[in-house]
Design a protein around this ligand. Structure first.
Ligand code: PMP
Length: 307
């Protein structure tokens, strides 16, 4: 698909830019011909206020997946799995209906998989990617997200820290960055209430999109240097701080990622290190969740950002 070819060409030519379209020469049209062309090239932002207040001297940088067409790190995964299935002839545009399990609260991820399997038995022309076992999921992050981070940081990353749902982001980005920067540390974040990767038991938590309670096939544990656990409360508190103190309206898993980054950054030996993490989703999605349940936690402070 065009987006893949464009990003690959951009990397070859060493161009930069938030969107591949923005690197067009002056006088060229900058108009996407379909929504998939807008996937990728999300910006990095350095957090300044929270690290200063915490007395942290490492650099904390977040990748804004909120800048995607559907405001999520999953845009890349979806595009990668669709392109892969089209190439393999598993799906036909206009004919196949795509169905995908995700973590719905009632039966969890496993319950959603069971439901998909039931539906597939009775519905013709349904195709399920199964993002938790599909190698095209981490591959999307290996070919797009990883190269973007490497390029936009000028290859200076010391730590890549991110929470695992399917583990696609962690595995794909981690594998790419380890190939380019062998000394990098890849840190996996998971909910302390369901610390399965750390060897604990599955449990309920409030960090949507991560900590499914089992170890997905798409999680490449061999590239993980360390697992850091954070609680739902810590994650939500940090997501609120990111909105109030940095002007970043991001989701609960972004809060988990930054809470973990702060634990790593606080270590004496990590002074001056560059720590890159992901902001997988935006805060708008969580308006009816506990993230915004208590108004006193989201009001009463004035944000001051200087350009
Ligand atoms: N945060 C949120 C909000 C997500 O939806 C996801 C995807 N499940 C993740 C983090 C983790 O991404 P991955 O599946 O690539 O591990």
């Amino acid at each position: 698909m065009a987006a893949t070819a464009t990003v690959a060409a951009e990397l070859e030519e060493g161009r930069t830019g938030v969107s591949s379209l923005l690197s067009a020469a002056v006088g060229e049209e900058v108009i996407a011909s379909n929504i998939a062309e807008l996937i990728g090239w999300t910006p990095l932002i350095e957090m300044k206020t929270i690290p200063k207040k915490e007395g942290i001297q490492a650099r904390l940088i977040g990748k804004m997946e909120t800048y995607q067409p559907l405001f999520s790190v999953k845009d890349r995964t979806a595009l990668g799995m669709i392109e892969d299935a089209e190439e393999k002839g598993f799906i036909t545009p206009g004919v196949t209906t795509l169905i995908e399990p995700t973590s719905d609260p009632a039966g969890g991820y496993k319950g959603a998989i069971d439901k998909v399997e039931d539906l597939m038995k009775i519905m013709p022309n349904y195709h399920c990617f199964n993002q938790a076992t599909n190698p095209a999921n981490p591959e999307a992050h290996f070919k797009w997200t990883g190269p973007e981070i490497w390029k936009d940081t000028a290859g200076k990353v010391d730590f890549f820290v991110t929470a695992a749902g399917t583990g696609g982001t962690l595995s794909g980005v981690g594998r790419y960055l380890k190939m380019k920067i062998p000394s990098i540390n890849v840190v996996c974040v998971e909910p302390s209430e369901s610390a399965v990767i750390s060897g604990g038991s599955p449990g309920s938590h409030k960090i949507q999109g991560i900590g499914p309670g089992f170890i997905p096939k798409t999680l490449d544990r061999s590239i993980i240097d360390e697992v850091v656990t954070v609680s739902s409360e810590e994650s939500m508190a940090m997501a609120r701080r990111l909105a109030k103190e940095e002007g970043l309206l991001v989701g609960i898993s972004s809060g988990a990622n930054v809470a973990a980054c702060i634990k790593i950054a606080a270590r004496e030996e990590n002074k001056g290190k560059m720590i890159v993490t992901m902001f997988p989703s935006g805060g708008e999605r969580y308006m009816s969740s506990d993230l915004f349940a208590d108004e006193s936690q989201t009001s009463g402070e004035t944000l001051s950002i200087r350009r």
